[in-house]
Design a protein around this ligand. Structure first.
Ligand code: AMP
Length: 284
């Protein structure tokens, strides 16, 4: 595995590979890699000649400074995992390589998708995501880019960005990898004690029940029951539970409102923000 810290050198190497006809798969991460990240890397490896992983804890997408300071950074362990998976290139830049001093990074037109749901809870997060992803796409010029369904809203924002910038990149959305009890894997899960990690499976279980319910009750009735349950759990603080059109992210109140519908939720459990979602219907 070749490790690049310089964006210019990486650009030169990947331009050479692209010009010789190689396909490039790209998996952006913030490190603290787990089996969820590994699934994206393996998928990329199976579909491309070269797989590039980036590890960059993007300061622009953190609205909470303590979250940024406390974000795990086990780089040696991450490099071992990437070598084990057989990743070809790691891009591990400093902040200056990504946000070149003196270069303006204007806000992008995200059609308001950055201001709702997760965006409302974490102001600036999706502008930060879009800016770093745009910069990485320009440097890496991937044929395919791999993102997890775990961050559902992020995948919709990236899809929008690709169209906005008329980039010739295929977005590949990969399924959520879960811990044995059902909690969606996340670098932030490390902050939960083992016993709480098992208990936190109530989030996924409630999403599964919700999906079942919304086929024989109205979406609104099913939602009321689920919200009531999620707010009754000791130590849990429900931030949001919303059903959306999976293309526009607009809220829907009935399954018939869109061809592609997902339920998105964030529950703060033991002070850790846990994101999860479930696809209710996909008739695209
Ligand atoms: P992060 O390092 O948290 O920014 O995540 C990097 C990529 O891995 C994003 O596209 C995430 O959606 C994806 N990812 C994170 N956790 C999981 C998971 N449990 N299953 C599948 N993909 C995931």
């Amino acid at each position: 595995m070749i490790i690049f810290k310089s964006a210019d050198l990486l650009y030169a190497e990947l331009s050479r590979r692209k010009n010789s006809g190689q396909s490039i798969g790209f998996v952006p991460t913030m490190g603290a890699l787990h089996l969820g990240h590994q699934s994206l890397l393996e998928r990329s490896k199976s579909e491309n000649d070269t797989t590039v992983c980036s590890i960059f804890v993007n300061p622009k997408q953190f609205d909470d400074e303590m979250d940024l300071i406390n974000y795990p950074n086990p780089i040696a362990k991450d490099i071992d995992m990437l070598r084990h998976v057989g990743v070809d290139i790691l891009f591990h830049p400093t902040v200056d390589q990504v946000y070149v001093p003196g270069v303006e990074h204007e806000d992008l037109d995200l059609a308001g998708m950055d201001l709702i749901h997760e965006g409302e809870q974490r102001p600036g997060n999706f502008q930060g995501v879009a800016k770093v992803v745009k910069r990485f796409f320009e440097v890496i010029q991937p044929t395919r880019a791999y993102f997890g369904q775990k961050d559902f809203q992020q995948t919709v924002v990236v899809d929008h960005l690709i169209k906005l910038e008329s980039m010739d990149i295929e977005l590949v959305v990969c399924p959520i990898v879960r811990e044995p009890h059902g909690l969606a894997m996340s670098s932030r899960n490390e902050r939960l004690e083992d016993v709480k990690r098992d208990k936190a499976a109530f989030i996924y279980k409630s999403l599964l029940k919700f999906k079942e319910r919304c086929y024989f009750k109205s979406l609104q009735e099913a939602k009321e029951t689920t919200v009531k349950y999620l707010t009754s759990i000791e130590g849990a603080d429900l931030e949001y539970f919303v059903c959306v059109d999976g293309v526009t992210l607009n809220e829907v109140t009935q399954l018939e409102d869109a061809a592609y519908v997902a339920a998105l939720t964030v529950v703060k459990y033991d002070d850790v923000r846990l994101l999860d979602n479930i696809i209710l219907k996909d008739e695209r």
